[in-house]
Design a protein around this ligand. Structure first.
Ligand code: COA
Length: 95
């Protein structure tokens, strides 16, 4: 699953931002490219809506997944209590 919400991040410059939330693939199906497919499917819908930037609060363990999908970390890491270290990551949809 993945969900996207119209939401602007206070440290990210640019119009028409959406936040990605709740990205997950069932454990037994991870590592088969499904997360990447799902992400691209969602990004294409946002492109059709002329959205410029997608951002998310990425769990540290998921940073390589988002990097592989051309998301970049921005700013300092921060901790969400009981979940752990997170990074703000974003991607301009023109790229
Ligand atoms: C992160 C997640 C959504 C990726 O989905 P996926 O279908 O496994 O992703 P893909 O198969 O497209 O994998 C692409 C890359 O993701 C990373 N990845 C894959 N499985 C992973 C796992 N179990 N843990 C961490 N990273 C993983 C790898 O960098 C992988 O690249 P590689 O195949 O070259 O090694 C999935 O692993 C997941 O649901 N994890 C648990 C929930 C979570 O952390 N969600 C993100 C919250 S911000």
């Amino acid at each position: 699953m993945v969900s996207f919400f119209k939401n602007t991040h206070k440290t990210i410059f640019g119009p028409n931002q959406y936040q990605l939330r709740g990205m997950a693939v069932l454990e037994e199906f991870q590592g088969r490219g499904l997360g990447t497919k799902l992400l691209k499917f969602g990004e294409n819908i946002l492109k059709e809506k002329n959205i410029d930037i997608v951002w998310c609060n990425a769990r540290e363990i998921a940073v390589p997944f988002y990097n592989k999908n051309n998301y970049k970390t921005t700013g300092e890491p921060f901790t969400i209590q009981s979940i752990g270290i997170h990074y703000v990551m974003c991607k301009p949809l023109g790229t």
